[in-house]
Write a protein that binds this ligand. Structure first.
Ligand SMILES: Nc1nc2c(ncn2[C@@H]2O[C@H](COP(=O)(O)OP(=O)(O)OP(=O)(O)O)[C@@H](O)[C@H]2O)c(=O)[nH]1
Length: 375
């Protein structure tokens, strides 16, 4: 599984969500502690038994969320963090517990802020306002109900609490909206940056191709070939060898002189196309310079390599460059083998000497210099 794969990303996100849920549970723990302090200090209207039932229900609601996260079922929801349901559940519990308090109600108002802070970074402004409104309506409902029942101790104090809660919730909603717009802007910047990076990467690739490629034939150039050949040589297994050949088109000067430089170029392109078609994917063919080419055939022996070069020579002899009426095309090849400890320059010199012999013996042939290689 690669680090960037969707599964790994999902696992990392799930880990983060579990951590955040752990924070929420810890906050519940503290809130329940305060609740029980209120129960034992007679600030709470609930009896011991009712307090126990409420505590059990609160724990059960958190157990449900825990189950959703642990089983991965949270991922079936549009927002897998389940922030809104968690915040709403906490608001409902908190409002209920506030309703059971007498004098301590004002002090515990601050817990609304703690609950809503969980949604500041995750909830859309609209959803956040909805949650804040629920908190305010819930608290106002408690006060109104008690006032209606004639149980509200101090209506003036309740009014001040309402005003403070309204102010704090309004401020929090504005803050949440600001945070969301900042996040949106940062996300857009990140996308723009990623797009720039992709463009740069594409340009780098194009540049690398340009630096490695011969413009006329589309084959690798000499410098890139030497780099690839060294890499191939270092990956050779002991006792195995690569085939190395220098290929030179015969009487190429004559083609240029008789048909023009453009026709000569087309013959070079024809060779590149014909030779590429004769070779396999892992074989490395490059333009070594002028009308000379170099071939590296990985992991081969003298017989297989000779057969490959002969096939290539025959294929070129039968080629017909478009728009160039050349009587007879031919090439000469100098072959050698390259072992693990061999010097690449020396191997190229061996191939060059074999090529020289092929030319001297009348061209249109393959000659080999196996003798100094470990063949
Ligand atoms: N059209 C064209 N000609 C090129 C290019 N590069 C080198 N040449 C020509 O290739 C010719 C090579 O000539 P020579 O080195 O005498 O070799 P040759 O005529 O093939 O003779 P042998 O190799 O002995 O068979 C020269 O005339 C170069 O100008 C190129 O990119 N395009």
């Amino acid at each position: 599984m690669s680090p960037g794969s969707p599964q790994v990303k999902r696992q990392a996100l799930q880990g983060l969500l579990m951590k955040r849920f752990g924070m929420a549970v810890a906050t519940y723990g503290l809130a329940l502690l305060l609740f029980w302090l209120a129960v034992f200090s007679d600030l709470n209207r609930l009896g011991l038994q009712a307090a126990l039932v409420i505590t059990a229900l609160v724990v059960a609601s958190q157990a449900l969320f825990f189950f959703l996260f642990v089983s991965g079922r949270n991922q079936r929801f549009a927002d897998s963090s389940l922030t809104e349901p968690q915040v709403l559940t906490a608001l409902v519990w908190h409002t209920y517990l506030l309703a059971q308090l007498d004098a301590g109600r004002g002090t515990m108002l601050v817990m609304y802020v703690v609950i809503l802070l969980f949604g500041v970074f995750q909830l859309q402004p609209r959803v956040f306002v909805r949650c804040a409104a629920l908190a305010f309506i819930g608290f106002s409902g408690v006060n109104l109900w008690e006032w209606w029942q004639g149980e509200l101790g101090s209506p003036a104090l309740a009014l001040v609490q309402e005003a403070v809660l309204f102010l704090v919730l309004t401020w929090l909603s504005l803050f949440a909206s600001y945070v969301q717009s900042m996040r949106q802007r940062m996300r857009q910047r990140r996308f723009a940056l990623q797009a720039h990076q992709d463009t740069l990467r594409g340009m780098m690739r194009q540049l690398e191709d340009l630096v490695a490629t011969d413009e006329l034939t589309g084959l690798f150039n000499r410098r890139h070939f030497l780099r690839l050949a060294e890499r191939e040589q270092s990956s050779l297994l002991p006792g195995r060898q690569h085939g190395l050949a220098l290929i030179d088109l015969d009487h190429f000067k004559r083609i240029n002189d008789q048909h023009g430089h453009a026709a000569g170029d087309r013959v070079l392109q024809t060779f590149a196309a014909v030779a590429s078609a004769c070779l396999r994917d892992g074989d490395i063919l490059a333009r070594y310079g002028g009308e000379e080419f170099v071939l590296l055939l990985p992991d081969t022996d003298a017989d297989q390599f000779t057969a490959c070069c002969e096939r290539l020579r025959e294929a070129f002899a039968g080629a017909e460059p478009v728009g160039v009426a050349v009587e007879q095309l031919s090439l000469s090849v100098g072959m050698t083998l390259l072992g693990l400890g061999d010097d690449l320059d020396e191997a190229l010199q061996r191939a060059d000497q074999a090529l020289y012999r092929a030319k001297r013996s009348g061209r249109n042939r393959c000659d080999a210099a196996w003798e100094n290689s470990s063949a």
